[in-house]
Design a protein around this ligand. Structure first.
Ligand code: 87F
Length: 652
């Protein structure tokens, strides 16, 4: 069917098939293609046409347009097209690679050779026609169309707001970095692999740390009966509204509704009572990694405040108070370590005030952080000393070495997926997520820069070699060798996903046995030799500490001191937290909370955004590290004798 002339031609000569197409409006298109070219359908799109409307011409149509016949279609016949029916003369780009084209001018029994240049600039010019040189194969057209789509994607892909538009920015970052997918139950979110990997890294480190304290992992059921839940009425009272219940199975009502664990004290401690008989059964230390459900009514924010979240909860029982207290602080140090060493988030260790502590316990220690962008305090994790409150209620008692009955001293502590939210808020920038290296699923992304002077296969082999070298160094590395995305698109994508280091390999790097290193967090760019790739571990470590240092400076800038109410409110309204001397009286604390709410310029300012926050300041913690307060030094608010420094702030 193709008008191919089966004759021998010299090297450098292409033999050409001539194809005349026609659309529904009787516009004709003449295609000159190399005989080996698979003429596809997609290239019509690049001419703004649809292949569905286009057919090969029939005998009468060929006669009509070119005054020629089947088997005799050729560009010279266009001279006969006096009515300008041929709209386009399309030359296969392949033909530009040959010196001469073999064509049959009158009939397919004779052949002439002509250069493409002569055809274009002598013949076609003479009859006042032009032609278009395009790629005719589907794969070529596909690439071109993909690249067009790429460009469009680049637009829609980019984060459309700056970090200063914080709520909107946060929502965009978590979606575009592929951390979160939305779900149709309010307050519940899908953690995508990019986010879940971070949680796995947290689990790994924290699990290793608590094992050094002989804590054992367990699993307790997620349901609890109303009777169970109410064993310890006081501590539950304030949380009651948040407990979710299962009341049905199939179409029937359950005899007794079951609560879904919001925390597991009342699930675990009846078992503790059975397991603890003598002082030899102590200490008892268990932990579980689970989900929990708290039906919050405040506005949900992915990671930060969700109705279901993941955590670990640790529970220990000891024979002495000192031992339990020591446990509380050891765990608090572990929490600080996870934040600092893994998430590169600085925290302040402290003790909660009486009104902010866990009501069921004796005292609550906490790691608090401050989100630099808005100066909001964020409780990072808590470690409680429960005293003997629960052991008395659940009868967790033992015979001490003098055969006296004694109640156990307990601790409980929890670390949640909220920590991931803090990390995103600290490190993300206008271009998206910035991951500290130790939690990044890919620490390094390799991107080849395809170039016409560079053999693609060789380039890919080089990239693969580099990947192998890095894998041997236990680095988490990915080679993005997709050929349907441009390097620019890839840069963008991996930048948004926060990959700490990008390695680019283009013609220059290839030739010089180098790679170009681009650091995500400070955009630093430099070349390193392939033999120096073993430096990357150190470079990633340096990045981690540089990120932590930067974050710590930003946090410190959000802590101001105030000696009186006026200074306090000024600092609060400038989005700072405030460290003050304080009398440590609950009444004074409540007054500050109330009054700061009334006088607050920020009140409800972020309602309508995604993150709803109030304007009043509360106590975040009394930092463990603080100066001593001397006799005569006064509380900043009420003027009574101060006892401790306390950190105040608006909070999440
Ligand atoms: C919500 C509903 C019911 C917090 C709740 O911090 C009960 C509770 O007891 C509740 N929200 N809490 C306090 C949890 C205390 C404690 N539990 C072990 C922790 C760490 C892990």
């Amino acid at each position: 069917m193709d008008d191919v002339v089966k004759i021998q031609v010299a090297d450098g000569t292409a033999y050409v098939k001539n194809l005349l197409y026609v659309d529904k409006k009787s516009n004709y298109y003449l295609i000159l293609a190399n005989h080996t070219t698979q003429v596809g359908k997609l290239f019509w799109k690049t001419l703004g046409l649809s292949s569905g409307n286009i057919r090969l011409s029939k005998e009468e149509q060929i006669a009509d347009a070119l005054k020629s016949s089947k088997g005799n279609v050729n560009p010279f016949a266009v001279a006969n097209d006096t009515n300008n029916l041929v709209k386009n003369i399309i030359i296969d780009e392949e033909l530009t690679k040959f010196q001469r084209l073999a064509l049959h001018p009158i009939e397919n029994t004779t052949t002439i050779e002509i250069s493409l240049d002569d055809l274009q600039n002598k013949f076609l010019k003479a009859i006042n026609r032009q032609c278009k040189v395009i790629q005719l194969t589907d794969s070529a057209a596909k690439q071109e169309l993909e690249q067009e789509k790429d460009q469009q994607n680049l637009q829609t892909l980019a984060i459309t707001v700056k970090k200063s538009d914080f709520s909107e920015w946060y929502q965009q970052v978590i979606r575009k970095a592929e951390l979160i997918e939305y779900y149709d139950v309010s307050g519940c979110y899908i953690l995508r692999p990019w986010a879940y990997f971070i949680w796995e890294q947290i689990q790994r480190l924290l699990d290793d740390l608590i094992r050094t304290e002989d804590v054992e992992n367990t699993y307790f059921p997620m349901f609890l009966s109303a009777k169970h839940l109410n064993t310890e009425k006081d501590h539950v009272e304030g949380f009651k509204a948040e407990v979710a219940w299962v009341t049905k199975y199939g179409q029937s009502d359950l005899n007794e509704p079951l609560a879904i664990r919001p925390t597991s004290e009342t699930i675990m401690y009846p078992a503790f009572a059975k397991w603890v008989q003598s002082h030899r059964d102590l200490p008892l230390k268990v932990n579980q990694w689970t989900n929990i459900v708290r039906w919050e009514f405040k506005f949900p924010t992915p990671f930060i405040r969700t109705r279901e979240f993941l955590w670990q909860e640790g529970h220990t029982a000891h024979s002495t108070r000192e031992e339990a207290v020591k446990q509380v602080y050891t765990i608090l140090d572990f929490y600080e370590q996870v934040y600092g060493e893994l998430l590169a988030v600085p925290v302040i260790k402290g003790i909660k005030t009486e009104s902010e502590k866990f009501a069921g316990g004796d005292f609550t220690t906490t790691v608090e952080t401050i989100i630099p962008q808005n100066g909001r305090g964020l409780q990072g994790a808590t470690s409680h000393h429960l005293g003997q409150n629960f052991s008395k209620m659940f009868e967790i008692n033992f015979e001490d070495d003098k055969r006296q009955k004694a109640f156990a001293w307990q601790t409980s502590w929890g670390f949640t997926t909220r920590s991931i939210g803090a990390m995103i808020m600290f490190h993300g920038d206008d271009n998206g997520l910035v991951l500290p290296p130790r939690i990044a699923k890919y620490q390094i992304i390799i991107i080849p820069i395809i170039h016409k002077d560079l053999d693609e296969k060789q380039l890919n082999e080089r990239c693969e070699q580099i990947r192998q070298i890095l894998i041997k160094q236990k680095l988490r590395v990915h080679f993005d060798n997709r050929d349907n995305y441009s390097p620019g698109w890839k840069f963008n994508k991996w930048e948004q996903k926060g990959v700490p280091i990008r390695l680019e390999i283009g013609p220059g790097e290839f030739k010089n046995n180098e790679v170009r290193v681009v650091q995500r967090f400070d955009n630093k760019k430099y070349q390193i030799k392939i033999e120096e790739l073993n430096q990357l571990n150190q470079i990633l470590d340096n990045i981690h500490y540089a990120m932590l240092e930067k974050a710590r400076n930003e946090l410190n800038q959000r802590i101001k001191q105030a000696d009186d109410w006026k200074e306090f409110m000024t600092q609060l309204n400038q989005r700072n937290t405030i460290l003050t001397k304080w009398c440590q009286r609950e009444e004074c604390e409540q007054q500050v909370k109330k009054q700061s709410g009334i006088e607050s310029k920020e009140k409800d300012s972020e309602i309508g955004g995604q993150i709803q926050l109030t304007g009043s300041a509360k106590t975040l913690c009394m930092p463990l590290k603080q100066d001593e307060i001397k006799e005569g030094e006064k509380c900043f608010h009420c003027g009574q004798q101060a006892k401790r420094y306390v950190l105040w702030g608006r909070s999440y």
